[in-house]
Write a protein that binds this ligand. Structure first.
Ligand code: NAG
Ligand code: NAG
Length: 295
């Protein structure tokens, strides 16, 4: 076997491996936007071909995930999980796995957009530097199980995984957050420190700028206003005091003056000045105002 032939074979194997790894050996993209609405679990399917999905659930009292029987390796992007209603099971957690040619992606957990007995009801308020997650102390899990039932509030900057959390029995505040940044949060019930039911879907808010920055803007506006006033007041006063005649002139309703009248006036009263500067024209007209005459 010649060297060139050997090289060709090596090259061929490389190409085959590359095609295989792209087509077959790479796991499919994970499913996204997985949420439950009225016991129907839906997700955004990837655009890849030959991808199937398997839905799994886990009850509170076990660490094992089990497949939802009706939703194993389905090519749809939804699964009816009515059978997992809390009457039959406890509140369950759900997740979806994507598969292709025996390769699977890591499962992605589902969330619920609506609060209820298995998912906390969440509302957010952002203030400069802080975020408050409002949670009721009076939820069914707490009423049933007392202080062992709590909220686990995950938080973090948008785009980062929500790994940090705080546990509490009611509303939680996060302080010293970066202003102008988006922060996200999701909340899950915990019972004896273990997740219970579906978390709420991730909600994000922008932390507003503090009053300090706004105040600086306000002060600047006031300073500019004062400067304008300081300049404008004397100017207006000057105009009002010394230019009264002219103002009256401007305010006077316009009326037509016959052209020849003005000409004759020029000739008779002001024979020396023949220049046509506008100031002199004004003076000429002011001579004939009745008010001026009275003054
Ligand atoms: C889900 O299945 C239940 C019965 O198991 C059925 O009553 C319900 O209508 C189904 N929901 C949807 C959205 O198909
Ligand atoms: C707590 O919730 C129960 C029902 O879940 C309701 O009857 C009760 O009025 C609530 N109490 C308060 C203080 O909100």
């Amino acid at each position: 076997m010649t060297l060139s032939r050997l090289l060709l074979i090596v090259l061929y194997i490389q190409v085959v491996v590359q095609v295989l790894s792209e087509e077959l050996l790479a796991p499919p993209a994970p499913p996204q936007n997985i949420h439950v609405d009225n016991w129907l679990l839906t997700w955004t399917a990837t655009e890849e071909r030959d991808v199937t999905y398997t839905v799994q659930y886990r009850s509170f009292d076990t660490d094992n995930w089990k497949d939802v029987p009706a939703c194993i390796q389905i090519s749809l992007n939804s699964c009816n999980v009515t059978l997992l209603k809390p009457e039959e099971y406890d509140c369950v957690m759900l997740r979806v796995r994507a598969e292709r040619h025996l390769l699977t992606t890591g499962p992605v957990e589902a969330c619920s957009r609506h609060g209820g007995s298995c998912t906390p009801e969440v509302s957010l308020t952002a203030r400069p530097g802080s975020l408050t997650v409002y949670l009721s102390r009076n939820h069914s899990l707490a009423l049933e199980h007392g202080g062992h039932a709590m909220y686990r509030v995950y938080y973090g900057k948008k785009g980062e995984p929500l790994q940090k959390f705080k546990d509490d029995v009611s509303s939680v505040s996060f302080n010293e957050l970066q202003e102008g940044q988006h922060y996200c949060t999701k909340v899950q019930y915990i019972y004896f420190n273990k997740p219970f039911g579906l978390p709420s879907c991730t909600q994000c808010v922008v932390i507003p700028e503090s009053r300090k920055n706004l105040k600086q803007t306000e002060i600047l506006v006031v300073v500019v206003a004062v400067i304008i006033l300081v300049i404008l007041v004397p100017v207006i006063a000057y105009i009002l005091i010394f230019q009264r005649g002219r103002i009256k002139q401007w305010l006077r309703p316009p009326y037509e003056i016959p052209d020849d009248f003005l000409n004759t006036f020029h000739v008779h009263h002001n024979p020396i000045s023949t220049s046509s500067s506008s100031e002199e024209h004004w003076d000429v007209i002011s001579c004939i105002t009745p008010e001026e005459v009275r003054e």
